[in-house]
Design a protein. Structure first.
Length: 192
C-alpha cells in the first residue's frame, strides 16, 4: 500500500465513527472504500467516472459526480461521505459538487477528504481542453465553506512512496480534513 493510501486510511479510520450509509466520491479502484465498508459494515455507494478502474461489484457505480444535481441520491441520506485524492480536482466551475455533497449528507454526518494538496494550497484547473491554471483563491478549505460546511478537524503529512509522517502544514504534501453541515450539532456530540 502506498504512503498516500496509508495516510488516507489512517485518517479516515480515526474519524469515521458509526456509519449506516457511506458514500465515496471518486472511488477509483475502490480499495479504500472496501476497507472502510468492511470495518464499519456500512451500506456502501461508491462512484467514479473511470469504468476501467471501477470494481464490478454491488455498491460501485459508474457516475460522473460533476453532473449535478445528483438525482440518484436523496437529501440527508449518507452518514459519511469520503473522497480520497479526488475532490481537489474540482475547480470553481465544479463547486456545485460540494453543494451536492452537503445536500446528501445527513445532519450530524461528516465529509472526510484527503488531498495531495495542503489545506491552503491553490487548486490547479484540470479540465480537459483548458490550459493548466492556478486559482489562488480556491482551496480545499474555501470550497468546503462555500458549500455551507465547516471544517472541524484536519491533519497534514508528508508522504513518500511507502509511508507518511505527520508534519507542519507549510511543509506538507498531503492533508486530511473533516467537514460538517451543522457545527452546533457536531459540537453537541463531542465529549465534555
Amino acid at each position: 500500500m502506498t504512503g498516500a493510501r496509508a495516510f488516507a486510511i489512517d485518517f479516515i479510520r480515526k474519524r469515521v465513527g458509526n456509519v449506516g450509509r457511506l458514500l465515496d466520491v471518486g472511488t477509483g479502484d475502490g480499495e479504500i472504500a472496501k476497507i472502510i465498508r468492511d470495518w464499519t459494515k456500512a451500506s456502501l455507494t461508491a462512484i467514479d467516472i473511470n469504468e476501467a478502474k471501477l470494481p464490478k461489484e454491488p455498491g460501485f457505480s459508474l457516475i460522473n459526480a460533476k453532473v449535478v444535481p445528483w438525482t440518484w441520491a436523496p437529501s440527508d441520506h449518507f452518514d459519511i461521505v469520503i473522497s480520497t485524492y479526488a475532490l481537489h480536482t474540482f475547480n470553481d466551475r465544479e463547486s456545485a459538487v460540494w453543494s451536492e455533497i452537503g445536500r446528501v449528507l445527513k445532519v450530524g454526518g461528516k465529509l472526510l477528504v484527503t488531498s495531495n494538496h495542503s489545506l491552503k494550497a491553490p487548486f490547479v484547473s484540470t479540465n480537459r481542453g483548458d490550459p493548466l491554471k492556478v486559482d489562488s483563491n480556491l482551496t480545499l478549505s474555501t470550497l468546503g465553506m462555500s458549500s455551507g460546511m465547516r471544517m472541524v478537524d484536519f491533519k497534514t503529512a508528508l508522504y513518500e512512496p511507502h509511508n507518511y509522517t505527520e508534519i507542519a502544514p507549510d511543509q506538507a504534501n498531503a492533508c486530511g480534513a473533516v467537514f460538517v453541515k451543522d457545527l452546533e450539532q457536531y459540537k453537541s456530540t463531542l465529549p465534555k
